[in-house]
Design a protein around this ligand. Structure first.
Ligand SMILES: [Zn+2]
Length: 453
């Protein structure tokens, strides 16, 4: 909850018969036209306020004073309500929280009863906060409880306020509006830092990096001078406070002069994915069989090791093939390791993104140029079948590593790597065209290339 509105307190005092001072204040909590104004009855010092001392209120609840009376009304400052934020611990009750904050037991019981009219107090959850408002007293008596606010969810607020003869409670629901925003910038060090500098919210930034993770090796492919642009959604309430970030609708990375746009597109009821300008999914699949004309000779799992003779977990799959058969990169990525690796013999490992790597063992030879950091494309030849290391005959031992652990390449669930076709592709291209336009409108730019550093 945002209590910026709380500070607006209109304080007027008037001298009546030179003796009675009436303090009248209006407290507005996030005031909007359709929500009750948090205003209080006059607090009087000395004689109670007579009708004559009260001036007209305008629609916002503020006191309206006739011009000629104004000089009689020297403004004085009284303290604003104090907000006590109470953290709800597990097992806590509303009455316990109220008495714990210094409210008398009888009054706390009345507050609980009133609160229950709007919200079941037993549904107040541990870990949440309760804001209690008190008017500071100007003598030794305890501060007066004037209201509370509790948010069961970011979209709902339950409020209690003191009224003349007790309390009243109600629930407010926020109306969220979705707005579109854009951010763009040049990359000096990392996309993350550039995004933060361009005020791209962190959840959107993480989504951006995730969306590109199959295509871009963020540790190695980013160079100084590269650029990015993002069009994203955010939901805000009536006060303009952003409560949630929605999807990225469009993004573009410019890496070493190459532009990589992606567009959000719904391929089914709840299936939202990102596609490039040709309708290819931004998520790529890995080849389960990165070799042609080979026969699966040994599956994944426990087996009697052909060389060692005892039962051993087989952490990959073996493809028997003629010596010298080319081995392909199972997906786009960068060489993570290329060289001799113990029992694996001549070995290449490719890092595809933050989640997946693939490894290829027992090669006769590693293809030329395959060195750590080298970018490879799916299907590119990385080496040739051999029987180096602990091996009984020419074969490819192939592993897929998910978060550093070998998984069964034949069974692991992977993105489809789909390419949109036919009607889907037509529909996608129309959506992408609209998103391009929308981005140009919002940013005032048409391409990343035009963006000034
Ligand atoms: Zn093997």
């Amino acid at each position: 909850m945002n209590y910026r509105g709380l500070a607006s307190i209109a304080v007027l005092s008037t001298a009546v018969l030179g003796a009675t001072v009436v303090l009248f204040d209006v407290i507005k909590l996030n005031h909007t036209d359709n929500e009750p104004t948090f205003s209080m009855a006059p607090l009087s010092l000395g004689n109670p306020a007579s009708a004559a001392t009260l001036r007209t209120r305008n629609l916002a609840g503020n006191l309206v004073v006739d011009e000629e009376d104004a000089p009689l009304l020297p403004a004085i400052t009284i303290p604003e309500p104090i907000v006590k934020t109470v953290h709800v611990k597990s097992g806590a009750t509303l009455s316990g929280l109220l008495t714990g904050a210094g409210i008398e037991r009888v009054e706390a019981a009345r507050i609980v009863t009133t609160f229950s009219e709007a919200f079941n107090p037993r549904k107040i959850r541990a870990g949440q906060n309760l804001d209690l408002f008190f008017m500071p007293s100007d003598d030794d008596s305890p501060d007066q409880f004037v209201g509370l606010a509790y948010e069961p969810t970011v979209l709902r607020t339950v409020r209690v306020k003191r009224i003349d003869d007790g309390f009243s409670a109600w629930e407010e629901e926020k109306v969220l509006t979705t707005e579109r925003y854009e951010a763009h910038g040049r990359i000096d060090d990392s996309l993350y830092m550039a995004g933060v500098r361009a005020n791209l919210p962190v959840p959107v930034l993480i989504e951006l990096i995730r969306a590109y993770s199959w295509d871009v090796d963020f540790q190695r492919s980013i160079r100084k001078g590269d650029g990015f642009a993002v069009l994203y959604e955010a939901q805000h309430d009536e006060s303009g406070e952003i409560l949630a970030y929605g999807d990225i609708l469009f993004a573009e990375l410019e890496l070493s002069g190459d532009k990589l746009p992606i567009y959000q597109f719904k391929t089914g009821e709840d299936l939202v994915d990102y596609f490039d300008d040709k309708g290819r999914s931004a998520k790529k699949t890995l080849m389960r069989t990165p070799i042609d004309g080979a026969r699966l000779s040994s599956g994944f799992g426990n087996r009697k090791h052909p060389v060692l003779g005892y039962n051993k977990m087989h952490k990959g799959v073996d493809f028997a093939a003629a010596r010298g058969t080319p081995i392909y990169a199972a997906g786009d990525g960068a060489i993570d390791y290329a060289g001799w690796q113990g029992g694996y013999g001549k070995y290449v490992r490719i890092r595809h993104n933050g989640e997946y790597k693939t490894a290829y063992a027992h090669m006769k030879s590693i293809a030329s140029g395959m060195k750590t950091g080298k970018r490879v494309r799916q299907g590119q030849v990385i080496g040739y079948v051999g029987t180096t290391g602990r091996s009984t005959g020419p074969h490819l031992h192939y592993e897929i590593l998910k978060n550093g652990r070998q998984v069964n390449p034949m069974k692991v669930k992977m993105p489809s790597g789909q390419k949109l076709k036919g009607e889907d592709l037509e529909r996608f291209l129309a959506v992408a065209g609209q998103l391009d336009k929308l981005y140009a409108e919002i940013s005032g730019d048409t391409t990343v290339a035009q963006i000034e550093p």
